[in-house]
Design a binder for this molecule. Structure first.
Ligand code: ADP
Ligand code: MG
Length: 622
């Protein structure tokens, strides 16, 4: 179903305009579209012109130049030439502090918590602005090819990109004058490029192994009824082709006893580029690489054989294999459950990658017929075509990387959306007040796997105000978590009796690093037992406190309905329970709760006081 629109002024029919697919990569970016005639996706450009290096050189007067020219400026102007900006997108200085020596340009570190800024000469740029420059270049490229304006796009991001990074990508698109119709995961796009998932009757489980220039990730997707679900994803944002290049540089430095500390940035960049050239050479031809160059005033003879290369990068290869194993473990699948493996990223051209993958899964499962640099862009174009209404609607489902929840009494994390939940998703839960006449309720939203919120990451908070004063336990406060298809979370709270409501869209200032996510998951495993015990104690204490409060209040109000003996006995039980709380013996607290509960239950029944029995039962929140 194609759409048309009519220009009312001119009376002419205009097509809605093409939607392009964009792979905004760490090293290279590509724009693609589905050819109207053949219905097949194709990249825009020919030969070397397809890949636009994701490099921005800030020329005189602060003018940004993108692409191959900028890439060459890495050698001549390392301080004003920015590469790997994708790694900085949606990140704060704190997130990248450990890797700051990786960048030859200056990253401002004035404020830990804020999004980073980059300095080039007298000019300052945000990663969003710089990414927008790359997107603008791609947009113009598509426009030059098509001879008309391009204003709508699908942009891909790694599956592990968090909210902040996705939002930043979207903002970059907006800044480039593109209406970003959808942000989709790179592994999903890569599968689509191979046509996996286009047949609604097929069910498949796919491993996507993506080794690019600077990043590595592996994702396991399940595709069923035309629905893509990320079962698990693992990776390393500081592992890619560049690291393989660096091993070569170190190998040369060792063999030729080079002391590169005294080298200029330009010489360092030059030898890196030589290393990359050598890598590609030995990976493609079964020949020895040999070249002589003058660097740092010395005439150097640079040599490399494939066997050396394989040897010095064995450790890096193993790292990717370990990630693959972890992703499989996370997904709880065995090798036999995997139907297809898709290779993505220029670095999967290294023969050892294909070899190791084929050894594990078998040659027949490996999809490598498409150009590994192009698959993501091609898939983005397929998705763009689906959104344009040219294909049967196909849903794309992703998962939340970490659990999302709110803080409840005692600082406990009450999980609303567990980790690995498919999105878009909506979850609703009812809470109530814990104090009589409570008119406000704070809702704090956290992300993480630990039982106590303080161990997790706070995403935001808001206060639901104007709750009509009611006895504790009576208000019905509904908290709703909504995650849209882009992974953006909105939290709403509403008091149902009065209809009062409040909502907040969670846009974190900065994201979690991959290492953070991994650490949070690891911590939750190592602390799991301790956490569970602690949680049970905190829960017992909270319950006891609630019980004492409710019963005391009940006594104050309804003394006349009880005998003196009953009042005395109740007070005694409350006193004992209150005393046991700080002592921290969970079982003692629980038996105190039990005793008090058993003794007072008949009063509540006798009274038929709904408010009180409600307060005894309901879940409470601050
Ligand atoms: P990204 O997704 O990070 O933008 P790409 O998928 O474009 O990256 O991959 C770029 C990486 O692929 C670079 O490190 C480059 O050296 C590497 N690469 C490209 N071609 C080859 C090849 N023939 N052999 C080995 N590595 C290659
Ligand atoms: Mg890529």
């Amino acid at each position: 179903m194609a759409k048309i629109s009519i220009n009312i002024k001119s009376g002419t029919i205009e097509s809605e305009g093409i939607i392009v697919g964009i792979d905004l990569g760490t090293t290279n970016s590509i724009v693609a579209m589905v050819d109207a005639e053949s219905g097949k996706p194709k990249v825009i450009g020919t030969g070397d012109d397809v890949l636009v290096p994701s490099v921005i050189h800030i020329a005189e007067g602060g003018i940004p130049i993108v692409g191959e020219t900028a890439r060459r400026a890495l050698v001549s102007h390392p301080h004003s030439t920015i590469f790997s900006v994708k790694r900085l997108l949606g990140r704060s200085y704190k997130d990248i502090a450990n890797h700051s020596d990786f960048y030859s340009y200056r990253i401002l570190d004035e404020d830990d918590g804020k999004l980073v800024k980059i300095a080039a000469g007298d000019h300052f740029f945000t990663p969003i602005e710089l990414s927008a420059e790359i997107l603008t270049t791609l947009k113009r490229k598509a426009e030059a090819y098509l001879g008309k304006t391009v204003s709508r796009a699908v942009i891909t991001v790694p599956a592990y990109f968090n909210d902040s990074q996705r939002q930043a990508t979207r903002d970059a698109g907006k800044l480039a004058g593109l209406d970003v119709l959808r942000i989709i995961n790179e592994p999903t796009a890569a599968s689509l490029a191979y046509g996996i998932g286009l047949d609604p009757n097929e069910m498949k489980t796919v491993v996507v192994y993506d080794l690019g220039g600077g990043t590595f990730d592996v994702s396991i997707l399940r595709i069923e009824d035309g629905v893509f679900e990320v079962l698990s994803t693992r990776g390393d944002t500081y592992l890619g082709g560049d690291d393989f290049d660096r091993e070569i540089v170190q190998y040369w430095a060792k063999n030729l006893t080079l002391d590169m500390k005294s080298w200029s940035q330009a010489d360092v960049q030059s030898i890196r580029l030589k290393a990359e050239e050598a890598k590609r050479f030995v990976c493609t031809a079964n020949l020895k690489y040999s070249d002589s160059v003058i660097l740092h005033g010395n005439n150097l003879q640079l040599e490399l054989e494939f066997a050396n290369f394989e040897e010095i990068t064995r450790r890096l290869m193993q790292k990717t294999m370990d990630c693959l194993q972890s992703a499989l473990t996370d997904s709880a699948l065995g090798l036999d459950d995997i139907d297809e493996v898709v290779l993505v990223g220029g670095s999967t051209r290294m023969p050892m990658v294909k070899q190791r993958i084929a050894d594990i899964f078998g040659h027949n499962k490996v999809n490598d017929t498409l150009d590994p640099d192009q698959v993501v862009a091609l898939g983005a174009a397929v998705e763009a075509d689906i959104l344009a209404g040219n294909r049967k609607d196909i849903l794309l489902l992703d998962v939340t990387p970490l659990s999302l929840g709110i803080e409840t009494l005692g600082g406990l994390m009450d999980v609303m959306i567990p980790r690995n939940t498919k999105i878009p998703a909506k979850f609703v839960k009812q809470y109530t007040t814990s104090v009589d006449g409570q008119v406000k309720m704070g809702i704090s939203i956290y992300q993480g796997e630990r039982e106590l919120v303080e161990e997790n990451r706070k995403l935001g908070e808001f206060i639901l105000t104007d709750i009509p004063a009611m006895p504790a336990g009576l208000p019905k406060i509904e908290v709703r978590f909504l995650i849209n298809a882009d992974g953006i979370l909105t939290v709403e709270a509403q008091e149902l009796r009065s209809g009062v409501q409040q909502q907040v869209q969670i846009k974190p200032q900065y994201g979690l690093t991959d290492a953070d996510v991994e650490k949070m998951l690891m911590d939750s495993l190592t602390h799991a037992k301790h956490d569970v015990e602690l949680r049970m104690l905190v829960e017992a204490k909270t319950e006891a406190e609630q019980m004492c409060y409710t019963v005391t209040r009940f006594l104050d109000k309804n003394k006349s309905l009880l005998t003196d003996e009953e009042v005395l006995k109740t007070k005694e039980l409350v006193k004992m329970l209150n005393k046991s709380i700080p002592e921290g013996d969970k079982n003692a607290i629980l038996s105190g709760v039990d005793a008090l509960n058993t003794y007072t239950r008949p009063f509540a029944e006798r009274l038929m006081n709904q408010a009180v029995s409600g307060a005894l039962k309901g879940t409470k929140i601050n």
